[in-house]
Design a protein around this ligand. Structure first.
Ligand SMILES: C[S@@+](CC[C@H](N)C(=O)[O-])C[C@H]1O[C@@H](n2cnc3c(N)ncnc32)[C@H](O)[C@@H]1O
Length: 240
């Protein structure tokens, strides 16, 4: 099934649910979302000196986790203004305020200079991007040689006995809860549709390898409900 991922539709949908987004993440994942984000940040092995870019930052949870884990400076980019506004409200006046900046921009045309960040993340964002290969090329462009990438995205459970049960929850229960809590008719129908049509596991790993990344790994988390992709821009990478 082809899913409409035009930027206006995707940004409008996230703007419409921004106020309930964090609540729904916690409810629908049973609190696992925080664990998944922590795993992504851990994969970057931050030392405290890095400049970290979080693409599709939404309400800035990964950006904040990166700052807490010791990134010297974090920039979060997203094209949905209302999602960023909620992220800014969480940051305002807090301990991470001066460490994290949020910027409006498109993952397919990042407002970031070539080879300027040490590490990059994108959590539950890449499947929404109209041309994911273009976003991967942009991540490659902005990372310094040797820079590390961590991507979180939904997959489908690998264990055959679990898969039908999960699909029932994902296709029938989750959209109903999402609709009631977000008061948005389509956003949580879009979630299973977009996951079902996006490559995961080794198939997405091959996109990262084709982009030029090395040390590409696809690790299933929580039985494969989510995948953590890690990769590195080679130390001797040619200029973009
Ligand atoms: C499911 S949310 C994930 C937010 C956050 N990373 C998290 O872990 O909760 C997806 C986010 O990606 C953003 N997004 C999708 N496509 C984008 C694009 N092409 N450029 C910038 N942001 C995009 C949406 O606006 C939304 O805020």
């Amino acid at each position: 099934m082809s899913v409409d991922k035009s930027p206006a539709k995707i940004a409008g949908m996230f703007d419409a649910i921004a106020g309930r987004y964090d609540l729904l993440n916690g409810v629908l994942s049973g609190g696992l979302d925080r664990y998944w984000r922590r795993r992504a940040i851990r994969a970057l092995a931050l030392t405290g000196r890095e400049r970290l870019l979080d693409v599709c930052t939404g309400t800035a949870d990964v950006a904040m986790a990166g700052a807490r884990a010791g990134a010297a400076r974090v920039v979060g980019v997203d094209f949905a203004g209302a999602m960023l506004a909620h992220g800014l409200a969480k940051l305002r006046g807090g301990a991470l305020d001066s460490q994290v900046a949020l910027v409006r921009g498109d993952a397919m045309r990042l407002p970031v200079a070539d080879a300027s960040v040490d590490a990059a993340t994108i959590a539950f964002g890449i499947r929404n991007v109209q041309q994911p290969e273009v976003a991967c090329a942009e991540l490659w462009r902005v990372l310094k040689p040797g820079g590390r990438l961590a991507i979180l995205e939904f997959g489908l459970p690998v264990v055959p006995a679990v898969r039908p049960l999960y699909l029932w929850y994902f296709k029938h229960v989750l959209p109903r809860i999402g609709r009631v809590v977000s008061r948005h008719q389509l956003a949580y129908d879009y979630l299973p549709q977009s996951v079902g049509s996006f490559p995961f596991g080794d198939a997405f790993g091959r996109i990262l390898s084709a982009t030029g990344f090395s040390q590409v790994a696809a690790r299933p988390l929580t039985l494969g409900i989510v995948y953590l992709y890690s990769a590195k821009k080679p130390d001797q990478a040619p200029a973009p």
